[in-house]
Design a binder for this molecule. Sequence first.
Ligand code: AP5
Ligand code: MG
Length: 186
Amino acid sequence: MYLMILGAPGSGKGTQGKLLAEHLKVPEVSTGELLRTAVKQGTPLGKQAKTYMDRGELVPDEIILALIREILDAKGVRGMMMDGFPRNVPQAQAVDRLLGEKKARVDRVVLLDVSEDELIRRLLARAAKEGRSDDNLESIKTRLKVYHDQTQPLISYYEKQGVVRRVPGMGSVDDIQKRAREALRS
Ligand code: AP5
Ligand code: MG
């Protein structure tokens, strides 16, 4: 099973995606996490990505498409929880093509619904704790705009395939996880 967890920055993709992946016994892969590790290690990928990430912009597709190909082509991969990708329509088309080559598809998209006030509250709370370099008000605003302009169109892209399951993403982590598991039963 290939699943994708979709939502605005701070909506809980990482938190809920990891729990769902454990429950469904598929690996969880986050392009954001992979990129942050590359930045920390100072690899060529990290060096290319850092400025975009700090500003809250998407890393250009020519860089990301190579990364996505590597993730999906990895030997023995039979299913996945995809967190943070695809992130725009060209990436979604690339994912469809790569999965199609394995006679697979995106089976479900879990869409986390969270109000903008709550998103900003969560990201600023994390800024105080962890200091992620894109958790500042200016980058958060760019991330929200990028989500609205480039990522939200994926909702109708996948709704046309009948695979989107909307999950209210406010409340406790446990309650949201219960709702997400329930939503995946249909
Ligand atoms: P990415 O790492 O994907 O970040 P994001 O989309 O901005 O989202 P976050 O990881 O901040 O939030 P989340 O939805 O995972 O929520 P989380 O569970 O952490 O991308 C970062 C950057 O990398 C992009 O801007 C771009 O530059 C680049 N990038 C990545 N993928 C790319 C791609 N495919 N193409 C191009 N560029 C790409 O929760 C957030 C906080 O809230 C946490 O502190 C958490 O503890 C807390 N929280 C979670 N649930 C709850 C709850 N129920 N109640 C209260 N607090 C909660
Ligand atoms: Mg995340």
